[in-house]
Design a protein around this ligand. Sequence first.
Ligand code: SF4
Length: 121
Amino acid sequence: MIGALLDKLLRWFIPQAPTPQIYTPAPPHPANVPGTFYVEDGCCISCGVWEDVAPDLLAWLPDGSYSHCYVARQPEMDEELTRMIDAMHVGEVDCIRARNCRADWAERLRAEGLGHQIDPD
Ligand code: SF4
């Protein structure tokens, strides 16, 4: 009790550093194939820019609405990983993410400035 009161008083008198905001991604869209890369569910603004760099890895939902893309195939070769990284760079709202990432891929994503799009373990 006294400890909690003392803690409140200290917080009143001693300015606190702002708590860093940790982004919690939405769950993967159910259309994503299993694997490291995924598109968050419900985040789409239909940018479609991935079509120029990774049309074989991402796809529009098959309903013809162009309302959401998803990861249709996981990269296997280094060249495909490069294009998935390109898609992550150009995607408008950082909605292409990585999870359970291989250490060397995570290192590469961080080197590309995409560390914020890797899910925490
Ligand atoms: S990259 Fe994101 S915003 Fe662009 S089409 Fe795919 S889900 Fe939509």
